[in-house]
Design a protein around this ligand. Structure first.
Ligand code: SAH
Length: 251
């Protein structure tokens, strides 16, 4: 019996942003348990015909499979002696409930490994030319789940000009985030950006400010998956040579 579970980070979308180790584990999988985000069809093409594919990102009612059910699938398949790859979007330990899945496997006596990957928290801004840190502009970044209650540390991050705030799962909560920031005294001209579907053909970047964020989100019909960024690193042209930002002096 060689049953095991490998939690594998799939990165933000394209298969070639996964690690070599991730590729090797996927190629060895007998069962692949996959999510809605992260690499999709490119991965399926890598699998043999006998691999059992379980899509827990959606089912007929479009509701995701409950976590308890995912846990049961992982443990049951591995206990039956199969090599299970649990492929997750981004990094398994960033809002992916990866820690819970590790604990569940260990509690059941199942060997489990974790393979990290680029997280959307940094890789999606990068795709839009937004470095989450930049010397002289931002010396820290604060990553937060937009669905969770807004804490004092998030308010402090949004108010601090030297910090980039990175909000995942924040589209539905944008109104609350903006209202909380303004009530906390964050100025309306604080730069913001929305990056939707980063590293995919549907990628779209909207640059805005705290004061204009809700109007602009409505105007572009901001949609999931998106990373919401607050901070000076989101200014347009940050990584362009000055001449290109200003435009040629003589046309
Ligand atoms: N473990 C994942 C995050 C899971 S939470 C990681 O490390 O990336 C899911 C959230 O990630 C989405 O709501 C969205 O905010 C963000 N996300 C994931 N992939 C994305 C992509 N390609 N483009 C924009 N946002 C993405």
């Amino acid at each position: 019996m060689t049953g095991r579970v490998d939690l594998v980070g799939g990165g933000p979308g394209p298969a070639d942003l996964m690690t070599v180790r991730a590729m090797r584990l996927i190629a060895q999988a007998e069962v692949l348990v996959m999510d809605r985000l992260g690499p999709g069809h490119e991965i399926l093409d890598m699998l043999g015909p006998d691999v059992e594919i379980i899509d827990v990102g959606k089912h007929p009612g479009h509701h995701p499979v409950p976590q308890e059910e995912i846990n049961r699938i992982l443990v049951d398949r591995a206990a039956a002696g199969r090599r299970v790859v649990r492929l997750k979007g981004g990094d398994p330990f960033v809002f992916g409930r990866g820690g819970e899945e590790v604990l569940v496997c260990r509690t059941a006596g199942i060997p489990v490994t974790v393979t990290p990957a680029p997280s959307s928290a940094t890789a999606v801004p990068q795709a839009a030319d937004i470095p989450v840190t930049q010397r002289g502009i931002a010396s820290a970044f604060h990553v937060v789940n937009g669905q969770a209650p807004i804490t004092a540390s998030t308010l402090a991050a949004m108010a601090d000009e030297t910090v980039t705030t990175v909000v995942l799962m924040g589209v539905g909560a944008l109104g609350g985030i903006v209202a909380a920031a303004r009530a906390h005294g964050v100025p309306d001209d604080r730069p913001m950006a929305f990056v939707e579907s980063g590293h995919t053909p549907d990628q779209r970047t909207t640059r805005t400010s705290l004061g204009a964020a809700l109007q602009d989100a409505a105007a572009v019909m901001l949609r999931n998956p998106a990373v919401i960024l607050i901070g000076d690193v989101t200014r347009a042209g940050l990584l362009l040579p000055v001449a290109q930002v200003a435009g040629p002096a003589v046309a």
